[in-house]
Each structure stands twice: as structure tokens, then as C-alpha cells.
Design a binder for this molecule. Structure first.
Ligand code: AMP
Ligand code: MG
Length: 356
């Protein structure tokens, strides 16, 4: 079984979200009106119902989310070329202090929407985290989801499959970890390993399966797996789930720096294994395969986000935006109390007040 962990709540009260605001320079007069009309068109397409119905999240906030993620979102409409994507924030010219504030605000908003998601129970959200070693998957999970109610989120780490898992189809162990609707599940690594590490190391050749499977060309084998993954995610979407896939894009230099830190700091030694260097030596192959996999499985309904991962403060912010965007699209609503029960509230209230 994949390892499961739960979160601890560490964020301040929700009212902080309500107090938080974003500083914006707004144009005046006619220009302001024209700009609003333009904004509305973009938002209508990107954020169907959420802003108006859920209230507190403003159109400006939605614009910030949209702009920040635009270059990093892959939904099948453009091709990913990893060499062209940044691994840090320098291209985006952001202010760290402002980003930290926005991340905190996003965490509070995620907390609020997750509460609604759970109460609503109509959709489930799966967040897939993939990356090279030391890209910051664990700490991303900890920081972005730190504030949500532990009842509503499950985290699973997928390691090398054991013999029982290997004796089943590759989605078997994943399927057991699907959240019930209303919950979120975070997959720290996932079924994507079955087209990543398995493809890089040709582990498919070692599978104990029929000759028609192991005997085929590797390219055909993995093309079929891409299709199976697309179909699986589509199946989930059609069963009221959404899957958001995140690749933390760390540079080779930053990985070296973080590996050295793991070697030099006794409390971090456990995070390092000598075999990590063997995977590092295959960096270019992994990147090529990642590109191939992402291009083959990015869809409008189940997009990939390829996020710069050299600066944790920026990664955490972008991850929070991606999660928020999915939650805003779900637009969960608190269930309405049936009329008859609502009518009884008055009586219940009176009864309680009469108590001595
Ligand atoms: P980590 O997440 O760094 O603790 O390492 C987990 C290891 O398990 C990684 O090296 C993964 O590549 C490996 N792993 C996860 N899923 C699979 C899989 N389906 N087949 C082979 N190796 C896997
Ligand atoms: Mg590792």
C-alpha cells in the first residue's frame, strides 16, 4: 500500500482571508470601464461561475491567478519544451514579499474552498505531484495544504511497487487511493511513474506478463500506457473528479546544491540515497521522457502545470494558484437546508433558549 499521511492544521483564522486585500493600480474613468469589460470576457471564459457566487474572491484576484499560471499551464493547446521554461522566478520579475503575502492569502482561500468542497460532496480533487529528486515535493505538500482540515485531505506517496502491486495492473494501487467525492487526495508521485521511471529504465521488459505485452516495441507499449492514463483521467472526470497534475521543474544545478545539503546535514541524511546519483546521471533522458509524457497527457479537463522549482517560496505560490484555480472551477457550495427543516430551526432555537 502507498504510504498515507495526514495534515496538521497550522494556519490562522479564516477571517484573515476576509481582511486580506490585494494592492492594485486601477485605471480611471472610461479606460477603467473599458478594461473591466475586457477583463470580464477573459474571466467569463476562465472562471465560469465562481467569483460572483462565492463572493469574497474578487475579479482582480482571479486575474492574478490567471496571469501567473498562464505560461505554466499545459492543457493540450500548446507543446511543452522543457528547455524553454524557467526553473526560477527571474523571468516573471516578481517581488518576494508580495508573493509570500499572496501565498498566505491563497492558503486561506484554499482552506475555505476545501471546507465547502467537503460539505458539498459533489466533486473530488486529485492533485498529482511529479518531479526529479529534491525538487521539493514533500515541502510543497506541507506548505500549500498546511491549513486545510485533515478530514478532507489524504496524502499518498507512491514508492517502488511491491510484489502484490506488481501482480496487478498499474492503476490498481492508485484506484484504491481515490478520494471519495468531497475530498482531496494528493499523490506524491503517482501512476505517472509507470511511464517515467519504468520507461527510462525499461522496467516493462522485466514485467511478468503475456508475451504479447512484453514482446512488443517499447514505443508502442508506452503509447498505449499514455492512452490508458488519458482514458483513466477522462473516466474520473466523467465520474465527477478533477485531476490537476504538477511537475516541479527544478534545475540540475539546484538539485546538486540540495543533494550536497542532504549529505552535509545529518538531519537530512535520510533523504539522500546513493542511488539518487544514478538517476541524476540520467537527467536528460528523464527530461525528454517527462516532455513526452506531459505532451501526451495534458488535456483541457486534466491539465499539467510545469512550475519553476528552484525557489521554494515561488513554487509554493504557483502550486497554491493551481490548486485554487481547480477549486474555483469546481465552485463548491454549502448544501441548502430543506425548507421543512429550516422551518424547524425557529422552534429549536426557542427550545434551547428556554433551557435552564
Ligand atoms: P522517493 O519518492 O524519492 O522516496 O522515491 C520513491 C521511488 O520509487 C522513486 O525512485 C520512484 O521512481 C520509485 N517508484 C515509484 N513508483 C514506481 C513504479 N511504478 N515503478 C518503479 N519505481 C517506482
Ligand atoms: Mg528519492
Amino acid at each position: 500500500m502507498p504510504r498515507q499521511t495526514r495534515f496538521r492544521s497550522n494556519l490562522s483564522e479564516r477571517s484573515e482571508f476576509e481582511r486580506a486585500s490585494v494592492n492594485t493600480r486601477r485605471p480611471k474613468g472610461l479606460a477603467l470601464r473599458r478594461n473591466r469589460i475586457k477583463e470580464n470576457d477573459v474571466f467569463a471564459a476562465e472562471y465560469p461561475q465562481s467569483r460572483t457566487r462565492s463572493g469574497k474572491f474578487t475579479k482582480h484576484d482571479a486575474e492574478v491567478v490567471y496571469m501567473a499560471l498562464k505560461d505554466y499551464r499545459f492543457d493540450g493547446s500548446k507543446n511543452l519544451n522543457l528547455k524553454k521554461l524557467p526553473t526560477n522566478s527571474s523571468k516573471d520579475k516578481v517581488d518576494k514579499e508580495e508573493i509570500l503575502k499572496k501565498t498566505e492569502k491563497n492558503q486561506l482561500r484554499i482552506q475555505e474552498l476545501q471546507d465547502r468542497l467537503y460539505a458539498d460532496g459533489r466533486e473530488g480533487l486529485i492533485i498529482v505531484l511529479q518531479a526529479m529528486d529534491a525538487a521539493g515535493k514533500d515541502s510543497t505538500v506541507k506548505h500549500v495544504m498546511g491549513g486545510v482540515n485533515p478530514q478532507g485531505v489524504d496524502v499518498y506517496s507512491f514508492k517502488q511497487p511491491n510484489s502484490e502491486e506488481l501482480a496487478h495492473d498499474f492503476l490498481w494501487r492508485v484506484n484504491k487511493c481515490l478520494p471519495q467525492r468531497g475530498k482531496m487526495a494528493i499523490f506524491n508521485r503517482s501512476y505517472y511513474e509507470d511511464v517515467l521511471v519504468v520507461q527510462v529504465h525499461k522496467l516493462n521488459k522485466t514485467y511478468h506478463m503475456a508475451k504479447r505485452i512484453t514482446g512488443q516495441d517499447d514505443r508502442d507499449f508506452f503509447k498505449k500506457r499514455y492512452k490508458q492514463i488519458r482514458n483513466y483521467e477522462e473516466y474520473l472526470y466523467e465520474n465527477s473528479y478533477r485531476t490537476v497534475k504538477i511537475f516541479l521543474n527544478v534545475s540540475k544545478e539546484k538539485q546538486k546544491e540540495r543533494f550536497l545539503e542532504r549529505i552535509d546535514t545529518p538531519a537530512k541524511n535520510w533523504k539522500f540515497s546513493h542511488s539518487d546519483l544514478k538517476e541524476r546521471a540520467l537527467w536528460d533522458t528523464y527530461h525528454k521522457v517527462y516532455e513526452d509524457v506531459i505532451n501526451a497527457t495534458a488535456t483541457k479537463e486534466n491539465p499539467w502545470y510545469v512550475l519553476p522549482a528552484d525557489q521554494k517560496w515561488y513554487t509554493r505560490y504557483l502550486v497554491s494558484e493551481a490548486v485554487l484555480k481547480a477549486l474555483e472551477e469546481i465552485d463548491p457550495q454549502y448544501p441548502k437546508m430543506p425548507k421543512e427543516e429550516r422551518a424547524m430551526l425557529k422552534d429549536c432555537r426557542a427550545q434551547l433558549l428556554k433551557e435552564k
